[in-house]
Each structure stands twice: as C-alpha cells, then as structure tokens.
Design a binder for this molecule. Sequence first.
Ligand SMILES: *[C@@H]1O[C@H](CO)[C@@H](O)[C@H](O)[C@H]1NC(C)=O
Ligand SMILES: *[C@@H]1O[C@H](CO)[C@@H](O)[C@H](O)[C@H]1NC(C)=O
Length: 419
Amino acid sequence: MAGTLGIFGICLLCAGVHMTSGMTVNIPDKVYKIGRGDNVVIPCTFTPSTSLSSISWTADPDIKDDPEINVVGYFTIGSKTKVYNKYKGRANMEVDLLKGTANLQLQSVTSADTRDYECKVQDPDDEEGRLSDKASLVVLVAPSQPICNVVGKAEYFQNIELTCRSEEGTPTPTYKWQSYNVNNVPRPLPLKASEQNGALSLVNISMDTSGYYICTSTNEIRSAKCNVTLRVDPPSLNMASTAGIIGGVVGVAVFVGIIICCCCYCRRRREKAEEYAMGTPEGGEFTDKDPEEREDDRDEHVNYEEERRVKSADRLDPPDDRSERSYDRRSDYDDRRDHYTDRRDDRSDRRERYDRDDRRDDGRERYDDRRDRYDDRRDHYDDRRDRHDDRRDRYDSDRYDSRDRPPSVPPNKPKEPRN
Ligand SMILES: *[C@@H]1O[C@H](CO)[C@@H](O)[C@H](O)[C@H]1NC(C)=O
Ligand SMILES: *[C@@H]1O[C@H](CO)[C@@H](O)[C@H](O)[C@H]1NC(C)=O
C-alpha cells in the first residue's frame, strides 16, 4: 500500500515538472447561469508564469464568423486593465499573477449577455501550452405573471379552453393547471381534460366544471400563477332573439289595446243610439188599473202637477209682478177648483152607485183609502219626474244604472176594487 502511494507520488512529481514547461488556462465549469440583473463572476485559472504578457476576455459575436468582441484586457507592462467600450462601466477582471487567476466580473447582466466567453493568456515564451478556455453564460429570466383566459362560451355542453401564457421567461416556462371547486377545495382535473402548452381543454362542460383554475408557470429560477374563476351557466338566448321576443310581446299588447278601445267605443255608441230610440221616460206608465180609473187618475195627476208648478212659480216671482200674477193664478186656481169639484161630484155619483149596491160604508172607506193612495202616488210621480230630469243630465254616467233598474212599478200600487 505504502509502496503504491510512493510510486503515485513520484509520478505526480514527474507530471508537475513536466507541466511547468507548458501554460494551462482553465475555466472550471462549462455553463454559468445567473438571473437577469444579477452580477456574475466567471473564474479563469492559469499556470503562473513570469513570462506572460497579457490576459484577455472575449465574447462570441451574435453572428457566426463576425470578429469576436473584446470585453476586458490585462497587460503586465504597467499592470494595466482595459475595459472595452461595449462593456464600459459594467465589466472588470480580477487578476492575481502569483495565484494564477483572472476572473471576469459582469454587473447587471441582461439577456443580451447570454453567449460564450473565452479567457486567453499570452505568453511569448510558451510554445506548447493550452493558452485559452471557453464557457457559456446563460442569463435567466423569471416567468412573468401568466395571463389566463377562457376561450369559448362558459355554458352547458360547450367545449372550452383555458389558456395560460407568460410573456417572458428564460428558459421557456412550462405550465401546469390545477382545479379547485367552488369551496376552494383542490380536486382532480376533469377526466376528459387535456393540457398542452399551457392550454387546458375542457369538453362538454356542466355546472360541475365551475370553480377556480390555477395555472402555474415555472422555469429554472422561479414560478408565477394566475387564477381563473369559471362559472358555467345554462345556455342563454342570444341577444337578437331576446329583442325579437320583447318586441313581439309589446306589439301584441298594443294590438290588443287598440281592439279593446274600438270595442268600448262601438259599444258606447250603440248604447247611446238604443237609449235615444227608446226615448220616452218612464213617466206615465200606470198600467195596472182598470181603464176608467186610470183616466181619472191621470187627469188628476196633471192638474195637481200644474197646481204645484204655479205655486212654486209664485214663490219665485219678484214682489212687483206678484199681485197681478197671483190674481191670474188665483182665478186659474178657482177654475181648477171648479173642475175638481166636478170630479168630486163624479165621485159622489160613483159613491151613490156603491150605495145602491148596499155597500156604501165599504165604498166610502175604499174611497178614503184611495185618496190617501192617490196622494202617495202623486208624490211618487213627482219623485220620478225629478229623477228622470236628473238622469237626463247625468246621461252618460247613469246609463248602466237606468238600464239595470227593474221596470218601474209604483211600490204602493192600488189593489183591484173588491167588487
Ligand atoms: C354532455 O353531457 C351530458 C350530461 O351532462 C350528456 O347527456 C351528453 O350526452 C354529453 N354530450 C356529449 C357530446 O358528450
Ligand atoms: C383564486 O381566486 C379566488 C377568488 O378570487 C380565491 O378565493 C382563491 O383563493 C384563489 N386561489 C388561489 C390559489 O389563489
């Protein structure tokens, strides 16, 4: 064991002696990743040598075959460091000749700094060494807040797509959807759902599909989310048909209204015509007596009516005319009294007839009765006259009333004489 170690050590020593004869430049990693805006250091080591003249960092051009871009150089003469224009203010090289390090510093990197960098040592005395090494710098960009959208109609039986996309992200983010029910409890995605490039396809959706859908956009350095609230509604009528239905309903209502108005108008006109045609007021319809009595009563009605009017006219006349007028009236009245007396005679005759029938007492009572009834009827008649006038005034509003009233029969119509 010890012997083996000893041989290994000797070999190492021999190798070291051999290496001093040739320069070695080394960048430890092939790729360096850094977040955008951060500062990065790309290390470079070399075999210390008193004979090296300069160390430089160069970058690959955007376009292949273009000349390489100078970043920063170190010159042993005067220990001078030169930062080239393109990197002024944000690039530097840390050189330690004794340790053999020449690290590149870049500040506030951007996506444009993503490229290959080369560390080169120039040593005029070294003819066989490997004098440079290369590495890649990748500037990473966190995914931006993804934008989520619902593509399609969120109604029963529809197929829709939930989309999710981050505007930036280096490397390109990957997307993943998760579902929560309306009570915010996680649940598996629907069975027929499929996910591709951030688009979640949902087929034949229903109320159960409603809930929250969260998309997570992730790349190497960070992740970001968006949140879609999906509410699936029953199929709705589209705007055009809704407007059509409303318009139709309004049209029908207007039409019906016009018809009703026409009917009312026609009916009113017809009723008017009918009432005028019927014409005669219900004044003298005492048809429930034997003809003889009716004649008498009617005459007496008229007489009493006239008398009443005369009296009321007297009351209303101014005092001057009054005496003369009242004289006329009085003589008029006397005539009437005469007339009335004649009638009384008539009645007396009739009474005598009753007497002759040996029913004198009976007849007298009946006569008195009839007188009373006659007075009553006269009042009733006046009443009806007034009512009739009234009705004519209020013709329109009262017409239903007058139509519906039962045929006017005096409430106290006299009974047939008990002959
Ligand atoms: C969609 O789902 C309903 C029940 O929710 C079902 O009756 C219907 O057949 C389905 N349609 C299709 C095309 O799968
Ligand atoms: C999604 O949004 C809803 C309502 O805005 C909220 O209640 C829910 O917690 C959110 N979910 C997540 C994971 O942010």
